[in-house]
Design a protein around this ligand. Structure first.
Ligand code: ATP
Length: 199
């Protein structure tokens, strides 16, 4: 199987994540894209994050009926920080026949040299990358300098930039602004009913 893997904080899941999964599936002919919410997103340490239960509930609502987009609780169940290298190793051991594609936005790609065992990530998976609103060619050069071989493992997706982030959504909710066109309706409803992101 050609397996896409989309890891994230998903606080909350939004249309950008769904567009990334859909674009990668279509452009790379993936059989599935596995959504993997991080248990302890260590790159976002020091920030308030909605509970695992809330983030998982929103993901399940967003992906309901999408047979090709399963959710994995692997990182939620693992103790300690959620390192992608560990996750990819576990997936590779579980499904040795599968070809792994790790889906990321450009911001995450640039940050990759700072991750735990980034070289191992490149060995285990190719990277399917979406441009984000603050695109910068110099940043990729810098990332490549710090992580040799990065460029060879990158596949740029042709999808157009979708300027939405979870940060923007949380800020809009806090400011009482609508988020209806940034998240699926079921996620908007969940955020409202649970009173998330108001403070
Ligand atoms: P935050 O604003 O809270 O930092 P985020 O919107 O970037 O969050 P994450 O859950 O951290 O969301 O993202 C998971 C993955 O999805 C990352 O690789 C990120 O780059 C990618 N991603 C998020 N939003 C988009 C988008 N609009 N277009 C393409 N990729 C995206």
């Amino acid at each position: 199987m050609r397996l896409g893997i989309l890891g994230g904080t998903f606080d909350p899941v939004h249309r950008g994540h769904l567009a990334l999964a859909n674009a990668a599936r279509d452009e790379l002919g993936l059989d599935e894209v596995l959504f993997l919410p991080a248990g302890q997103p260590w790159r976002k340490a020091g920030r308030m994050i909605a509970s695992n239960e809330h983030r998982l509930a929103m993901l399940r609502r967003a992906l309901e009926g999408e047979a090709a987009f399963p959710v994995s609780t692997l990182e939620l169940e693992r103790a300690g920080p959620s390192y992608t290298a560990d996750t990819l190793e576990a997936l590779r051991d579980d499904r040795p026949e599968d070809e792994l594609f790790f889906l990321v936005g450009e911001d995450a790609l640039m940050d990759l040299p700072n991750w735990e065992r980034p070289q191992r990530i490149l060995e285990l998976a190719r990277l399917a990358v979406a441009r984000r609103a603050d695109s910068s060619p110099e940043a990729l050069e810098e990332a490549e300098r710090r992580l040799p071989g990065l460029g060879e493992r990158v596949i740029w997706l042709r999808m157009s930039v979708l300027a939405v982030s979870a940060t923007e959504i949380r800020e809009r909710v806090r400011g009482g602004q609508p988020i209806g066109n940034l998240v699926p309706a079921a996620v908007e409803e969940y955020i409202r009913k649970q009173g998330l992101y108001r403070t």
